[in-house]
Design a protein around this ligand. Sequence first.
Ligand code: CP
Ligand code: NVA
Length: 306
Amino acid sequence: MTVRHFLQFSDFSREEIEYLFVRAHWIKQRFKRYEPYRPLTDRTLAMVFEKHSTRTRVSFEAGMMQLGGNAINLATRDTQLGRGEPIEDVARVITRMVDIVMIRTFEQSIIDRFAENSRVPVINGLTDEYHPCQILGDIFTYVEHRGSIGGRTVAWVGDSNNVCNTWLQAAELLDFRLHVASPEGYEIEAARAQCAGVHLQRFTDPNDAVRGADLVTTDVWTSMGFESETEERKHDFADFQVDAEMMALARPDALFMHCLPAHRGEEVTSEVIDGPHSVVWDEAENRLHAQKALLEYLLIGRVNPA
Ligand code: CP
Ligand code: NVA
């Protein structure tokens, strides 16, 4: 049987993603009622971190334990990966010992190579190109607050980065519109834009992207791995801050999301991220519930709701 992985959002069908939202809701409600649900007893998750993390680390580790399993945290510098052991060999070894792996790394090709040599499911915990678990949690949050995202408009303001690329895959899969406004030189890659067709509309003025949107979202100007460009980016992104004036152009009931960590005063003002449209804390919490549904699905498949 082929092993299923979650390396990109588009690895799953629309129907599978919608199933995960239903399961995430069920798992979340049960957790809130303090009712134990431990289908993953004796299962082990290995988490490989080649970049920093707070949310991804805590949500995967806590989630795995709450489901009855265990998690092992592997930071590059503490393992032989940090001394140059080939990723293929690491994959072959780790996946004989654990049941599932989550990796946060640099190029997507690294996680692809790991998955090719893995006996168990591999989850992308962020690469330079994608952050599928983030968008799983984000859209679950949208659904909780506003219902289905199909046919809605999401406005992305800022860097066409890993999170933006994943929003784009989600727009195609779940059939909503993505408005993207990025500074010159930081636009979405032409090949990606071409594939997205009608689901993507690009803007030079962020105000135009946000006008009439159901959800406004942004991210740091400098992603992990691009720190040497920080000063240049501060200059290039200066007109791409989500402030109250910009937010007022969206629908009156629009939500604001940010994957976090945020830099108040750069990509977003405190007024917006700490204001009435913002659901960033629900969004962060929902990483836990959405990923528990994902772990359950990859390890034991579909279950009938109790
Ligand atoms: N949003 C997110 O993935 O956060 P961390 O970098 O803290 O894991
Ligand atoms: N785009 C950011 C997301 C952090 C969760 C980064 O890659 O650093």
